[in-house]
Design a protein around this ligand. Structure first.
Ligand code: NAD
Length: 312
């Protein structure tokens, strides 16, 4: 029976650390970190995500505010709002919920958020920093994946890792973080041939394809570790929707450890958003954030590499 990597419990622990960091800032006379969320349009899923993020802020003492704009909002109006938030010292993190309406250039809008307040880690400067190992804010889901892995892997050096999916928000940043932790990384995608065979070699599989039950039992070698990032909503037998991951969970019990869906990566994404916001606030207050690389502090990085800073 594979061990369950309990994302909810690990996220709760991270939230406690984040709350303690917020309390420390307030005790030192600083304003609590502030996160502003922008929601454009009325996409129901986005509304749920935003509500969850705001509720999570309240749990750890982060000040949050929300700008809800109609779907007809012009790109210029959105850019003007972002410019105002960029200049507001009370705002440490800005998150513009995607997808944006079609008439808005998403890249331009996300690129307008100053990198220091880009708590999603999507700004090209943060992407560049991540891929060159020179600090910056790490996107929340990839950071969550690394934190989950760190609970079951002592040292990534030389580990054979397969990442399924090469998106800018999950696959590529996860691959970069793993490379930085000295793993041997194979990034695969929809056009990869022989995926089953490639996965069978892997010590670790990170599945981020959005393809329900893609990873079958016979794709997984005994004792492998599996992180299932995928979330697909499918109609359940009882008429209610249910969430399905990219891994045939019931077939991979010969693995050493696996994340469930739901309750694996999902909770970590929001917990990492909160910790990114606190890191952004500490940096804005000029406090040594102890960030050596990839937005992770030295202890976090040492946890991943086994030794801390290493040559590139
Ligand atoms: P995406 O659609 O942008 O990218 C999917 C990637 O997977 C692509 O590179 C594609 O080539 C590859 N792919 C698709 N089908 C494949 C297949 N059959 N075989 C091999 N490769 C395949 O998706 P994304 O935004 O990276 O998200 C991936 C999944 O992760 C989705 O299910 C999404 O809902 C989920 N997700 C979860 C969280 C979370 O917090 N848990 C966060 C972000 C994304």
């Amino acid at each position: 029976m594979a061990d369950l990597i309990d994302g909810r419990a690990i996220a709760r622990q991270l939230d406690e650390e984040t709350k303690a960091a917020v309390d420390d800032l307030v005790a030192a006379g600083h304003a609590a970190p502030g996160l502003t969320v922008i929601l454009v349009g009325d996409d129901p899923a986005s509304e749920i995500y935003v509500r969850r993020k705001i509720a999570a802020c309240e749990r750890v003492g982060i000040r949050s505010s929300k700008h809800t704009l109609p779907a007809s909002t012009t790109q210029d109006a959105l850019l003007t709002l972002i410019a105002r938030l960029n200049a507001d010292p009370e705002v440490h993190g800005i998150l513009c919920q995607v997808p944006l309406p079609e008439h808005i250039d998403t890249g331009k809008v996300l690129g307008a958020i100053v990198p220091e307040k880009d708590v999603d880690g999507f700004h090209p400067v943060n992407v560049g920093r991540l891929s060159t190992g020179t600090g910056g804010i790490v996107p929340c889901t990839p950071l969550g994946v690394m934190k989950l892995l760190a609970t079951v892997v002592d040292d990534f050096t030389g580990k054979d890792v397969v990442v399924i999916g090469k998106s800018n928000i999950v696959g590529k940043p996860v691959a970069n973080l793993l490379l930085d932790a000295e793993a041997t990384v194979t990034v695969t995608h929809i056009y990869t041939e022989g995926l089953a065979e490639i996965c069978r070699q892997a010590d670790i599989i990170v599945a981020a394809a959005g393809a329900p039950r893609l990873v079958k039992g016979h794709w997984v070698k005994d004792g492998a570790i599996i992180i299932d990032v995928g979330i697909t909503r499918v109609a359940g037998e009882n008429g209610k929707d249910r969430l399905v991951g990219d891994v045939a969970f019931d077939e991979v019990q010969h693995a050493a450890a696996v994340t469930p869906v739901p309750g694996g990566v999902g909770p970590m994404t929001i917990a990492c958003l909160l910790s990114n916001t606190v890191k952004a606030a500490r940096a804005a207050y000029g406090i040594d954030t102890n960030v050596s690389n990839h937005g992770m502090d030295r202890e976090e990085r040492a946890m991943l590499t086994g030794s801390g800073a290493r040559p590139n």
